[in-house]
Design a protein. Structure first.
Length: 56
């Protein structure tokens, strides 16, 4: 059940942030904010992957 919720949340997040609009928002906000956002997103992706790998 937890995997379904996480997968659904991830799918909604991908649909909400299409590539072009996310990149345009990053450039409008500035490079530093963009770098921080990218680091946070990568950390979240690594956390989600570790959740799936830890269950095996």
């Amino acid at each position: 059940m937890k995997k379904i919720i996480i997968s659904g949340l991830f799918a909604v997040m991908l649909m909400a942030l299409s590539g072009c609009s996310a990149i345009a928002g990053i450039f409008k906000a500035g490079a530093v904010v963009g770098i921080i956002a990218v680091v946070i997103i990568i950390a979240i992706i690594i956390y989600i992957i570790s959740l799936f790998r830890g269950k095996n």
